[in-house]
Design a protein around this ligand. Structure first.
Ligand code: HEC
Ligand code: HEC
Length: 450
C-alpha cells in the first residue's frame, strides 16, 4: 500500500511539473484541455451527418424554394424572406410579406400592410436530427415518439420526412407570408384562387397549390424524377415539402467553421482569444445553459424581456411559446436560437429588435439593464414606429421573466471581446461567399427570381 501511494504521488508531481514548467506549449495545452473538458460536460460534439437525398429531389426542392408560384399572388417565394444573399434570412428586423416591394434588407411594406410579427430566422443546419422543433414558439415539433405536432393537427398528410418538411407545409397557408388576401389579384392580374379558402382549410390550400404546380410541365417531370415510385395522381403538397426540406438541409449547411473544425479535433482551428471566449461561453458567462449541445440550442423557451416590435400575434402582443403550450407561465418566451454563422444573421432576437450583435450579447448578460438602456434609434424608422415599451407591457413581461434570464452575469469589456471572438468562430467563411450561388437563374414557372 505504502509503495503504491508513493508511486501515485510521484506520478502526480511529475504530471504537475510537465504541465506547469518551462515548455512553451504547456499553457496552450491547458487551455485546450480545459475547453475540451467543458465541451464534453455540455455534450457538444460534431453535428450529425445530414440525411442523404437524391440529386433530383434536391433540385426539385430548390426550384420550389425560389418559385413565386407557391404564393397566392405569385409575388413571394420562400427565398423572399430566406434569401441566400442575406445569410438565409432577410436582413430585416421583421419580415415584409405579401404586397411588399424590394428585396432583402431593402424590402418595404406595401400600402396598408403590417409587418410579419416575427424575425425570419436563418435556416442553417435544420436538416439534421438535432432539430426537433421549428419556429420561435415551436408550434411545429416532433415528440419523443416521432409524432409531428402542427397547427393543421389531424389534417396534416402522412409521409412527411421530417419536422423541417412539416414546417414547409405552413408558410404557403399564411395569408400575410404567401397566400394573400380575399379579393387579391396575382401579379398577372388574375384572381388569386387560394385567397378565398377558409383559414383552416389546409387540405384545400395544399391541393390548389399542387394543381398550380402540376400544371407546369417541367414540374411534372421533376416530381416524377424525384419520386420515381409515386404515381402522378398521388402527388400531394407533402411531396413538395419533402423536396423543399431536402434542399434546405443540403443547401443551408455551412459547418466549416473554426469551432466545428475544433470539435473534429483540430486544436489549431481556433485562436487563443476564441478559446478564452469559448471557456466563458461554457463557463462563467453561462451561455451554454441554453445554447448547448451540437446545435448550440436546448430548443427550450425563455422570456428575456426582449423589446416588443411589430403587430404581435394576439391582441397586439406576441405571447410566444404560450401560444403553443397554452400555459400563461410561458408568455413572452421564445425558443433559444442556434448560433452558427450568427455574426451574419442580424438583426437578432425573435423580433429583430437588436441590430448590433454585441448589444444582443449584452442583453443576454443582463436583460433588465439592457431593456432599460435600449436605444430605439438603432432600428430602421418604419419598424421603429411599432416599438412598444409601455410600462403595462413591461410589467407583464417582467411577471413571467425566466429565472435564468433574470440573473445578471457580470463580465468585463475585455471578456465580452473574448465572447465576441468565440461567436465569430461560429462563422463558416463560405456562408457569405458561396450561399448566393444557391440562387437558380430561372424557375420552372417562368416567374422572375429576384
Ligand atoms: C414573409 C416572409 C417569409 C416567407 C415567404 C417564408 N418564411 Fe420561413 N419564416 C419566416 C418567419 C418570420 C419565420 C419565424 C416565424 C415564427 O417563428 O413564428 C420563419 C420560420 C421558418 C423556419 C423555421 C426555422 C426555425 O428553426 O424555427 C423555416 C425552416 C422556414 N421558415 C422555411 C420557410 C420555407 C420553406 C418557406 C417557403 C415555403 C418560407 N419559410 C417562407 C418568414 C418567411
Ligand atoms: C436562459 C437561456 C439563455 C442563456 C443563459 C443565454 N441565452 Fe442567448 N438566447 C436565448 C433565447 C431564448 C434567445 C432569444 C430571445 C428572444 O428572441 O426573445 C437568445 C438569443 C441570443 C442571441 C441572438 C441570436 C439570434 O439569432 O437572434 C445571441 C447572439 C445569444 N443569445 C447569445 C448568447 C450568449 C453569448 C450568452 C451568454 C452570455 C447567452 N446567449 C445566454 C437563451 C439564452
Amino acid at each position: 500500500m505504502k509503495l503504491k501511494g508513493l508511486i501515485t504521488t510521484t506520478a502526480v508531481l511529475a504530471a504537475l511539473a510537465s504541465s506547469c514548467g518551462g515548455g512553451g506549449s504547456a499553457p496552450q495545452q491547458d487551455l485546450d484541455n480545459e475547453l475540451r473538458q467543458a465541451l464534453s460536460t455540455y455534450g457538444v460534439s460534431e453535428l450529425a451527418t445530414l440525411p442523404m437525398h437524391s440529386a433530383e429531389k434536391v433540385a426539385l426542392g430548390r426550384a420550389l424554394f425560389f418559385d413565386k408560384l407557391l404564393s397566392g399572388n405569385r409575388d413571394m417565394s420562400c427565398a423572399t424572406c430566406h434569401d441566400p444573399r442575406e445569410a438565409g434570412g432577410d436582413g430585416l428586423s421583421l419580415s415584409v410579406g405579401v404586397g411588399g416591394s424590394g428585396i432583402g434588407h431593402a424590402r418595404t411594406l406595401g400600402d396598408g400592410k403590417e409587418f410579419i410579427p416575427r424575425n425570419a430566422p436563418e435556416i442553417f443546419e435544420r436538416g439534421g436530427p438535432e432539430f426537433t422543433s421549428m419556429f420561435w414558439d415551436s408550434r411545429v415539433h416532433e415528440d419523443e415518439q416521432g409524432f409531428l405536432h402542427t397547427p393543421a393537427m389531424g389534417m396534416l398528410p402522412q409521409g412527411l420526412d421530417s419536422v423541417l418538411a412539416a414546417q414547409a407545409m405552413f408558410p404557403v397557408t399564411s395569408r400575410a407570408e404567401m397566400r394573400g388576401f380575399v379579393g387579391d389579384n396575382d401579379v398577372l392580374g388574375d384572381p388569386n384562387e387560394l385567397a378565398p379558402l377558409a383559414d383552416n382549410d389546409f387540405p384545400g390550400m395544399w391541393s390548389s397549390l399542387m394543381d398550380r404546380v402540376m400544371a407546369v410541365e417541367e414540374y411534372r417531370h421533376m416530381f416524377a424524377a424525384a419520386y420515381p415510385a409515386v404515381d402522378e395522381a398521388e402527388f400531394g403538397f407533402q411531396h413538395a415539402a419533402n423536396a423543399i426540406a431536402a434542399f434546405e438541409g443540403t443547401g443551408f449547411s455551412f459547418r466549416d467553421t473554426p469551432f466545428d473544425n475544433y470539435l473534429s479535433g483540430d486544436d489549431s482551428a481556433m485562436t487563443d482569444t476564441q478559446k478564452e471566449g469559448a471557456l466563458l461561453f461554457y463557463g462563467a458567462a453561462g451561455c451554454a445553459r441554453c445554447h448547448t449541445g451540437s446545435a448550440l440550442t436546448d430548443l427550450q423557451h425563455y422570456n428575456f424581456m426582449v423589446p416588443a416590435l411589430g403587430p404581435g400575434k394576439q391582441d397586439g402582443i406576441d405571447p410566444g411559446f404560450a401560444l403553443t403550450s397554452h400555459n400563461d407561465a410561458d408568455r413572452f418566451s421564445f425558443r433559444t436560437p442556434p448560433l452558427r454563422n450568427v455574426e451574419l444573421t442580424g438583426p437578432w432576437m425573435h423580433d429583430g429588435s437588436f441590430t448590433d450583435l454585441r448589444s444582443a450579447v449584452k442583453h443576454m448578460l443582463d436583460c433588465q439593464d439592457s431593456v432599460h438602456n435600449y436605444d430605439p434609434l438603432t432600428l430602421k424608422s418604419d419598424v421603429r414606429e411599432t416599438l412598444n415599451m409601455d410600462q403595462a407591457l413591461m410589467d407583464e413581461m417582467l411577471a413571467t421573466i425566466s429565472p435564468a434570464a433574470a440573473e445578471r452575469r457580470e463580465l468585463t469589456e475585455a471578456q465580452i471581446d473574448q465572447l465576441m471572438a468565440f461567436l465569430h468562430a461560429l462563422t463558416d467563411p463560405s456562408a457569405a461567399t458561396e450561399m448566393p450561388a444557391l440562387l437558380p437563374a430561372s424557375v420552372p414557372s417562368g416567374l422572375p427570381v429576384d
